[in-house]
Design a binder for this molecule. Structure first.
Ligand SMILES: [Zn+2]
Length: 615
């Protein structure tokens, strides 16, 4: 989509929003007449964008733009309710380019300073007493001079519990302000996102916080579209709708920080486009999540306490894993109990003297997606405007700011993320002399959890874990990454329909991919181009043993600048009979294997039909 087209759409949306505002104005005026006496609804006339802009203090702080609700009431803005739905006095002119930073002239026309001159984090940093720890390069928040001046007021303390809702109260007050903010615009009065320099560094404060909250006080500061926790944001909404959670609730983050450090790596920096400053060019890597996502609690501790809704998008912890097949392999002598990586499981009181197998010591991290849209577009080889439009259209129009806020470059998509399991010392991952075994695994609940034998997912996962354990025991590091990409990221509903089609069509390896394509339109939607981000986050520059036969994964890893020494296909003796259809089809399609497939052999590889299932 071309820039003029995008501008045209933007203008149409703004006009639409203006009509909405006029309508809302009439409704609010009517409501005000009946409710002003008890203060429940403010007259809309105090909220319009056409108010004189001179009353906005130019030298605003983080809480500027009128979000300090305890301040004397401003004729323009006293809270987020006051963000007008319609455009500001001036809309982007023909010369303004969507995606470019806010035009200072436009800002001045509202009497608002540019977010990059005097407002946002710059002012915030200036006033706060931060210092950079020389050992880690992380800025450490210090309790310094009073910062109340830029604190965000009117916020409940983090972790505040939700008082039970009384129905009469709920109806009277409502969950949200009476006016709905359908979308926002870059030049809109009051909107002033906190600057964020994706790929910037060297520490998290220089990079800036990811803010995607619609909490009243944070909405004007937001620099990300979407919602935290991926698809779970929908369940959070249900809890709010049920009165179990306040809409402005924020987590109590004390003691939630990681128990082990994964310090910044060169791959964290750069904007993902490869066009950054010198030095960034070679190191551009991470565009699909926030590398600083596990450190929010520490980097932004003070600001969070003051109401800035910056939340962790990564959580790291330590845990044991225990899987039956690993017990068997340990008993077979594949890996000894060393008390460090492999630990003997305790006896169960119910079964005295019975060997309970082993447990594996792991470090792990759960990562939620945070997309830097220009970097994602670059990686996929498409225009950013195309990416924004398709994300908007094909989520049912869920995120209009993808189109109306070209100045916001970050999107938290409603999809699953990934979990990293590390065996061995994570600090050794960046050492070029470390042996690294890696299995990037895409989720398959049917096989991984419930043991279906139609595919090889669980056996491959076990093989990857076993090799990772052995590598750690040799002094290397094993990494297994579990990506939430069910059914090649097409979903389980598609997947089971494909199973049905396969079973009704004779289920030959020759038809394996065709069946998927006929049902889903594509063979695969995993888009492995984004997969290596997590490897760069860990500081991995080489993989000694790649436990995967996927050419898509291999190509993505190599193209991202990581070297691979050895590739391992799943050993024949681990392939369930029904799973050979998948494996043979993949080999024919170019997956890595020492086995060669012929057309005849491909026709001969057949899965079980339904009648066999009962035997
Ligand atoms: Zn599977």
């Amino acid at each position: 989509m071309s820039t003029p087209e995008l501008e045209q759409i933007l203008r149409l949306l703004q006009n639409l929003s203006k009509s909405h505002e006029e309508l809302a104005s009439k409704v609010d005026a009517l409501t005000a007449r009946s409710t002003t006496s008890n203060g429940l609804a403010a007259p809309f006339s105090t909220l319009t964008a056409s108010r004189p802009s001179t009353s906005v203090t130019p030298n605003r702080s983080l809480a500027g733009g009128g979000i300090d609700t305890s301040a004397p009431p401003s004729p323009i803005l006293t809270g987020t309710d006051n963000i007008p739905c319609g455009p500001a006095a001036s809309v982007p002119g023909p010369n303004s380019t969507p995606g470019s930073p806010t035009n200072p002239a436009d800002s001045l026309s509202h009497g608002l300073p540019s977010p990059r001159t005097g407002g946002g984090v710059d002012a915030f940093r200036k006033r706060a007493s931060f210092s950079t720890s020389p050992s880690t390069g992380f800025a450490t928040p210090r309790s310094g001079a009073a910062n109340a001046a830029y604190g965000i007021k009117g916020m409940p303390p983090p972790g505040a519990t939700t008082p039970p809702r009384k129905d009469s109260e709920g109806k009277k007050e409502g969950l949200y302000p009476s006016r709905v903010v359908l979308t926002t615009y870059p030049n809109q009065a009051g909107v002033n996102p906190i600057p964020i320099n994706w790929g910037g560094g060297p520490n998290g404060q220089d990079r800036g916080p990811v803010i995607c909250s619609r909490i009243k006080s944070n909405l004007p500061l937001r620099n990300a579209i979407g919602a935290h926790a991926g698809s779970y944001s929908i369940f959070r909404a249900l809890s709010i709708a049920m009165g179990e959670l306040r809409p402005d609730w924020r987590p109590d983050l004390r003691n939630t920080q990681p128990p082990f450090q994964l310090p910044p790596m060169p791959g964290w920096f750069g904007d993902g486009t490869g066009k950054g400053e010198e030095g960034n060019q070679k190191n551009w890597k991470i565009v699909s999540f926030d590398p600083f996502g596990a450190m929010s609690q520490e980097i932004w501790e003070k600001e969070y306490a003051q109401g800035l809704d910056v939340r962790p998008t990564i959580a790291q912890t330590k845990a044991h894993i225990k899987i039956e097949e690993l017990d068997d392999l340990a008993r077979k002598g594949d890996f000894p109990v060393d008390g460090e990586v492999v630990i003997k499981s305790s006896e169960l009181a119910a079964f005295p003297g019975v060997d309970q197998g082993v447990e594996i010591n792991t470090y792990k991290a759960a990562i939620d997606p945070v997309w830097f849209l220009p970097g994602i577009a670059e990686r996929m080889g498409i225009e950013e405007s195309t990416l924004r439009r398709t994300l908007f259209e094909d989520t049912g129009g869920m995120y209009p700011e993808l189109l109306t806020r070209p100045d916001i470059k970050i999107f938290l998509p409603p999809v699953g993320g990934m979990t990293v399991y590390i065996m061995g010392d994570p600090a050794k991952l960046q050492d070029p002399n470390t042996e690294i075994t890696c299995r990037p695994h895409d989720s398959c609940a049917g096989s991984d959890v419930f043991g279906s034998d139609i595919c090889t997912c669980r056996p491959y996962l076990i093989f990857g874990l076993a090799e990772a354990i052995k590598c750690a025991q040799r002094g290397g590091v094993g990494v297994v990454v579990y990506f939430q990409k069910e059914g090649r990221a097409l979903g389980e509903v598609i997947k089971y329909m494909v199973y049905n089609r396969r079973k009704r069509g004779g289920d030959t390896a020759a038809e394996y991919f065709n069946n998927t394509e006929r049902v889903a339109g594509v063979k695969d939607a995993r888009h492995q181009e984004l997969m290596p981000d997590v490897l760069h986050w860990l500081g991995i520059k080489h993989i000694t043993n790649l436990i995967s036969m996927s050419n898509m994964k291999y190509d993505a890893i190599i193209n991202s600048g990581i070297t691979v020494k050895n590739r391992y296909e799943i050993p024949e003796h681990l392939i369930p009979k029904d799973g050979s259809v998948e494996i043979d089809a993949k080999i024919q399609a170019g997956y890595f294997s020492t086995k060669k497939m012929t057309g005849e052999a491909l026709m001969a590889t057949k899965g079980r039909d339904w009648e066999d299932l009962v035997h």
